[in-house]
Design a protein around this ligand. Sequence first.
Ligand code: SAM
Length: 247
Amino acid sequence: MQKKVLLIGEGASLYIDPSKDVNTEFGIIKSSKLLKTKPGGLVKTHTGRRFFLVDMSTPDLARRIIRLPQIITLKDLGSIIMYLGIKPDSKVLEAGTGSGLSTCVIGQITVNGSVTSYEIRKDFAKIANKNVALFGLKNIKIINSDIKKGVKSKDFNSALLDLPDPWEVLPVISKNIKIGGRICTYLPSIIQVEKTIRKLPDGLKPERLIENREINWKMDVGRDVLRPESSGILHTGFLLFIRKYGK
Ligand code: SAM
């Protein structure tokens, strides 16, 4: 069952499993009440404190997944989805799956399409499948295999490669992407980006290279504090977008 997020008043939230009774500092809410409540509905603790029950959305789910290798951040996933042109009917190829956050976030968009994701490590593929279940998705296929050995399915609209050596993978998967389709490689070092561009196989051309910098701001307006945080994540990865122009 998909977990719910229980909102508690002023910006605070608590993640809960509605199949179990919930103990809050304001009293207990019975599972029988939670299961009967629709998303957006009001529930009360035994002391009468009011809470609203809502479904978890992408930022909530991203915080709750089981994380093993480094995930792609939501700031970068936003660009990946837009610049790859991913739509509800898109058929997307991915490698590696890792914890599966990118797999799941893309899978939430491709509701009438699919995501086929390759992961070389069995333990990671297993965890990623658990995260797919947390997101409640049915349009995702995780294949525990080295993508360099080849991809069976064809006619993908787009691909995301989040692995260290995409120049080894692009010649293998190029035939599986539709003409006009786009591929994004996600790489932490610009040296990897240069190597990828230099080794692009015939038919693939670089289209766009970006780096997103997200600066979070401290917001305590009551104490006249509204300024950038002094620490945070700056560099995550370079997003290289490649387009297929021919065979
Ligand atoms: N995109 C994922 C996310 O947002 O959760 C994280 C991917 S993680 C950084 C990179 C993954 O690529 C690792 O789990 C690694 O095992 C996998 N990998 C590396 N080379 C691979 C290959 N040739 N075929 C399939 N998976 C591979």
